[in-house]
Every structure is written in structure tokens, then in C-alpha cells.
Write a protein that binds this ligand. Structure first.
Ligand SMILES: Cc1cc2nc3c(=O)[nH]c(=O)nc-3n(C[C@H](O)[C@H](O)[C@H](O)COP(=O)(O)OP(=O)(O)OC[C@H]3O[C@@H](n4cnc5c(N)ncnc54)[C@H](O)[C@@H]3O)c2cc1C
Length: 467
């Protein structure tokens, strides 16, 4: 197996994730004199927000699909000019390990993750972003049902639409962004179905007034939807997707304040794709494996606990962007810059601190406004798959809880296999936690941040044993 040897070259800072947060941090720290390595599993910098078209597509104007591309272009240019920063594409970090003088960063790279790379750095910044929260409903495993972020990713990276007539549903600001991208790219979007009624925003007018750019962004999406005649259905949810080989229609129902479907309000909407997501969850398992403290946000999502300088509770480990709670690309960039300054031992600029505080307050309002209500389980049926990797239906999970006495997701997992599949519970975790009666899911704990070939682990043990 082509395993590359451990690389002894010491870095001052290893940044995991080259999205807006990691990119801003690496550039800032390198310009302040730190020797930085920036790692990302993807083929380019930019993360989810500035996701690039796949290289083979030869897209001439990637900026056409993005807002604020000039901000990204500026950061990317600074990265190329920074002599002390090095970007390593295609490096998926699967574990962070504390060593006497810092950290060992273990990553895979290459086709089928065949190569193992270990880098050593004095400090680490985790900027791994977030993944989408999925709440199951009958028909959610049908072809043509994708996540809202997945639809964005298909468009930005593959330059394709998931269908021609696409219902966008779930909850959170990503729905408006996704719907507006889809209609602008030529899709017919018959409805945006949002489980909340947006009133949560109106309760904090002072916080909204402090972030005018966010209001302008929201108005931009709103006007794109109006221009294309897209119907916004607040306080509603897709409670079933219909079809045999792929989705052909969805049933939408009105919800009460707890997200319980209101009987008699169902209506059917024909479509050939459904883009559905219920917010984002911080991707923090690399840090929680090291024992980092966490905090539960207003949306019930578990994020890393950081201090004003973005230090986690693990000495030498920092965190910026969505790993500290979901808040959008502008906040991620502000936190990246702040962390870069702090790790380099530079005093943060007061204006940057104020900007971060304003954007974080807005993120909290947004998170509270879109917190899932407990009544969503009202749209499940006994045969609805909860864990799609292991094909575990609702009835099996309920049996584990009600008849076998499981009171937490871990016991449900042991009894049913829910959460044991390829995604390691990233898809079904919130649903299983809710159905097991333990409320919100606890912090993600996974010994490996991604699947790792056994041969790599064996090679690592052999190297450690001096073979
Ligand atoms: C699927 C999806 C689509 C989204 N689309 C939009 C959108 O269209 N508009 C919008 O406003 N917001 C979108 N968001 C929200 C968006 O993520 C943020 O607002 C912003 O990009 C956050 O920046 P970040 O740097 O914190 O994280 P991200 O942009 O998510 O960047 C994190 C980076 O870390 C890398 N990474 C993660 N784990 C590892 C690892 N173990 N090893 C190596 N690399 C790793 C990822 O490949 C990624 O490039 C989306 C989120 C998701 C999950």
C-alpha cells in the first residue's frame, strides 16, 4: 500500500477545513508570520459557501452562481501570495492526536483514501463547518429527494439541477438561498415550504438592524422568488413524498406551533424533485474526541464551546466558523480572522470583535427562529425508515424504546443498529435522539472523523511499533 511516511516538518498551525473560516484564518496567521498548513478533503478552497464547479467541467464563470465571490477571490489571492501558508487539497482528516509539543494530524488522501499522511503542528484550528440536519418522513428515501444544501452543491459543483420542478422544504435560511439559486438556474419551484412562520426574527428588531447586509441578502432571495412566482408556505411541512421509482409529488400539511401536522390541511403538489433540510449541525467530532467542551445552541445543535479568542477547552486547539454554531459565511470569515490573530499572538482589532459579536447575535436569533418543534414525529409512520444506512424503521426504534427499555440513542443503536452505517449517525442521530425520548442529541463522539481503510490503521500501528 502506498503509505507516505510521517512528515516531521513542524507547522505552527494546522487548519482543518478550507471554507470561509479556515481560509481566512490561514491567510491571517501566515501574514502574521506563522507557518501554516491548510487541509481540506475537497479539491479546492472555498468550503460549502464558495463551492467550486468540478475541475473537469471547465466552468468559465464560477462567480455567476455565488454571492460575494470577490470576498473569496481576495482571500484566495492572499493565500497564493502568502509564502508561509501551504494548501493541501484532497486531505481528509480522520483524527487529531495530542503529542508532547502539539498535535499529530492524521489524514487520508488519494483515490480510495489509499495514502496516509500525518502532519505535526504546534496548534490546530478546527474549521470543519457543518452538515445538514435530516428529519425523516414517509418517502424521504425516494430518488429525487435531496437535501437543500445538496441541491445547492449539485448546482454549484456539478452545474446540474436535481429535477425540473423542485419543491424546497424544511426550515432555515438555506431554503431561501437554495430556492433562489434553483429558480435563477431555470428550475420551476412550485413552493418553498418552511416549518416556522419567521416571527422569531421579529422579536429581536435591534439585532436585525445591526446586520443590514443580512436583511439585504434576505430581500434579494425574496425578490428572486417573487419574480419567479414561487409560493412561500410558512408553518407547513412536507409530510410525505410519493412515487415508486422516484418522487412524483409531495403532500404538504400546515403545522401547529410545535410542528404537529394539522389534520385536514393536506394538499398535494406535483414535482420531480424535493430539496429538504432542517438546518445545519456543527461538525465537531475531531474536537470532542480530544475532550473539548461543548455548548447547546438556541437551535438545539451542539457546538464547540470557545472563549472570546476562539480557544476551545483543549489547550492549543481553536475553532472558527460553523463549528462554533451555524451563522453563515460572513461570520465564519470574521471568526477565521479573529482566530488567526489570536493564534499568532496579535491583538484583535476592535472593529472585528464588534462585527463578530453582531453576526453571532444574529446567528442566535436565526437559530432560535428555526429550532425544530417536537411535534415533527407526528408525520412519521411505523414503516418510515429512520436510519437509511441500516434501513431501520420507526417501528423498530419505538419497540426498542417502549418494549425493551432503551432510553438513549446509544442503547437504541445497540438494539436496532440505527446509526451504525456508513454515515455513523450523522443522518439519523437527531431523529433517533428525539424518538428515544432523550431530547436533543448529545455531542457527536466518533473515534474517526471519516471512514478509514483498516490497512491504514495497521500501517500506523506498525510505524508506531518501529516495524
Ligand atoms: C451542504 C451545505 C450547503 C451549504 N450551502 C450554502 C449556501 O448555498 N449558501 C449559504 O449561505 N450557506 C450555505 N451553507 C452554509 C455554509 O456552510 C456556511 O455559511 C459557510 O460556508 C461556513 O463556513 P465554514 O468555513 O465554517 O464551513 P464550510 O464552508 O462548511 O467549510 C468547511 C470545510 O471543511 C472541510 N472539512 C470538513 N471536515 C474535514 C475533515 N475532516 N478533513 C478535511 N477537511 C474537512 C470541508 O470539505 C469544507 O471545505 C451550506 C452548508 C452546507 C452543509
Amino acid at each position: 500500500m502506498p503509505t507516505s511516511p510521517s512528515e516531521p516538518l513542524p507547522y505552527d498551525l494546522a487548519v482543518v477545513g478550507a471554507g470561509p473560516a479556515g481560509l481566512a484564518a490561514a491567510v491571517t496567521a501566515a501574514e502574521l508570520g506563522l507557518r501554516c498548513v491548510l487541509l481540506d478533503g475537497g479539491h479546492s478552497t472555498g468550503g460549502q459557501y464558495y463551492r467550486h464547479p468540478a475541475p473537469g467541467l471547465g466552468a468559465a464563470r464560477p462567480d455567476r452562481l455565488h454571492h460575494g465571490w470577490s470576498v473569496y477571490a481576495g482571500l484566495a489571492e492572499r493565500l497564493s501570495a502568502a509564502e508561509r501558508a501551504e494548501f493541501r487539497a484532497g486531505h481528509q482528516v480522520w483524527a487529531l492526536e495530542r503529542t508532547g509539543d502539539g498535535f499529530a494530524v492524521h489524514a487520508t488522501r488519494g483515490p480510495e483514501a489509499a495514502d496516509r499522511v500525518t502532519l505535526r503542528a504546534r496548534t490546530v484550528l478546527l474549521a470543519a463547518g457543518a452538515y445538514e440536519r435530516q428529519l425523516p418522513f414517509p418517502g424521504w428515501t425516494l430518488p429525487g429527494v435531496v437535501t437543500a444544501g445538496g441541491a445547492q452543491a449539485m448546482l454549484k459543483a456539478g452545474l446540474v439541477l436535481p429535477g425540473r420542478r423542485i419543491v424546497v422544504a424544511g426550515s432555515g435560511p438555506l431554503l431561501l438561498a437554495a430556492a433562489s439559486s434553483l429558480v435563477t438556474a431555470g428550475a420551476d419551484v412550485p413552493a418553498v415550504v418552511e416549518a416556522t412562520n419567521y416571527l422569531g426574527y421579529a422579536r429581536r428588531p435591534g439585532v436585525l438592524a445591526a446586520v443590514p447586509a443580512k436583511l439585504v441578502e434576505g430581500a434579494g432571495h425574496g425578490s428572486a422568488l417573487l419574480r419567479h412566482g414561487v409560493r412561500l408556505r410558512p408553518r407547513s411541512a412536507v409530510v410525505e413524498a410519493h412515487g415508486t421509482d422516484r418522487v412524483t409529488a409531495v403532500t404538504v400539511a400546515r403545522l401547529d406551533a410545535e410542528w404537529r401536522p394539522l389534520p385536514g390541511t393536506e394538499r398535494r403538489i406535483d414535482c420531480d424533485a424535493l430539496a429538504v433540510g432542517h438546518g445545519l449541525l456543527p461538525q465537531i467530532d475531531l474536537a470532542t474526541e480530544l475532550g473539548a467542551d461543548t455548548v447547546t445552541g438556541p437551535d438545539g445543535a451542539v457546538a464547540l464551546k470557545v472563549d472570546a479568542r476562539l480557544r476551545t477547552s483543549v489547550p492549543g486547539l481553536w475553532s472558527a466558523g460553523e463549528t462554533n454554531g451555524v451563522g453563515g459565511a460572513d461570520l465564519a470569515i470574521a471568526e477565521g480572522e479573529l482566530a488567526g490573530h489570536a493564534i499568532a499572538g496579535a491583538l484583535p482589532r476592535a472593529a472585528l470583535l464588534r462585527r463578530r459579536a453582531r453576526l453571532r447575535s444574529f446567528a442566535d436569533v436565526m437559530a432560535a427562529a428555526h429550532r425544530p418543534g417536537p411535534g415533527w414525529t407526528g408525520w412519521l409512520r411505523p414503516d418510515t425508515d429512520v436510519c437509511r444506512c441500516e434501513e431501520v424503521p420507526v417501528a423498530k426504534v419505538r419497540e426498542a424504546v417502549e418494549e425493551l427499555g432503551a432510553g438513549d440513542p446509544r442503547t437504541v443503536k445497540l438494539l436496532t443498529r440505527a446509526g451504525m452505517g456508513w454515515c455513523q449517525g450523522r443522518m439519523c442521530g437527531p431523529a433517533v435522539a428525539c424518538l428515544s425520548g432523550s431530547g436533543e442529541p448529545g455531542p457527536d463522539r466518533r473515534p474517526f472523523g471519516c471512514p478509514v481503510p483498516l490497512s491504514q490503521l495497521a500501517a500506523g500501528s506498525a510505524a508506531a511499533a518501529g516495524e
